[in-house]
Design a protein around this ligand. Structure first.
Ligand code: GAR
Length: 216
């Protein structure tokens, strides 16, 4: 499965995903392109250093529609089947989401549905929560609200926004690879808002059958 990673900046989650692919932790996946809406994004250079195609599609001078149309065309040209947003700081329009429905993942630095939107780590500190973390979720039209694939908790200690962000980031790097591996494997179903692994579905069916035969 060809993956396209969208970034806007540093690209550490992009690098973590590229590592997971090259280490064989995401069987069957290749990173076809890393695309940024900002030409000076450090992550583009990291991608190119890894031999991954690094593409800038600047927003400047284009309407949102034109910008997205160009990105969609670039992803289709490369036959990208799964899009991973990794610090991509632009909201996707319904047209974009529809073009890749069920095939866009995002990583967010909080335990959603807590603290969606910008500055999730600052929001967590401000709110005084004792546990925060990160979430990988499917992207739909809601803000950071699509079905959740993987979450990891991180305790909030005597943190500043920066120290909390750094500890959450370490978990993000693990969580994203895990989530993409599940999605690429196809061993899941989305039931309502819940992403359920096929293993669990099979186990539940088996339990149900065992219960029936015991009752008979
Ligand atoms: C990450 O912490 C990611 O969760 C966050 O931006 C950072 C990007 O870092 N994304 C959002 O807040 C999206 N709402 P990176 O460029 O080093 O991967």
């Amino acid at each position: 499965m060809k993956i396209g990673i969208l970034i806007s900046g540093r690209g550490s989650n992009m690098s973590a995903l590229a590592d997971a692919v090259s280490d064989g932790r995401i069987p069957g996946a290749t990173v076809a392109v890393v695309l940024s809406d900002y030409a000076a994004a450090a992550g583009l250079k990291h991608a190119a250093d890894r031999g991954i195609e690094a593409l800038a599609v600047e927003r400047r001078g284009r309407t949102r529609e034109e910008h997205e149309r160009e990105i969609i065309a670039a992803l289709r040209e490369r036959e990208v089947e799964l899009i991973c947003l990794a610090g991509y700081m632009r909201l996707l329009s319904p047209v974009f989401i529809e073009a890749f429905r069920g095939r866009i993942l995002n990583i967010h630095p909080s335990l959603l549905p807590a603290f969606p939107g910008l500055d999730a780590q600052g929001q967590a500190i401000e709110h005084g929560v004792k546990v925060s973390g990160c979430t990988v979720h499917f992207v739909d039209e809601s803000l950071d609200g699509g079905p959740i694939v993987v979450q990891r908790a991180v305790p909030v200690l005597d943190d500043t926004e920066e120290t909390l962000a750094a500890r959450i980031l370490q978990e993000e790097h693990r969580a994203y690879g895990e989530a993409v591996a599940l999605v690429v494997s196809g061993d899941y179903e989305i039931v309502g808002r819940r992403v359920i692994t096929t293993n669990k579905i099979n186990r539940d069916r088996q339990d149900e059958q065992d219960k029936k035969s015991n009752d008979e």
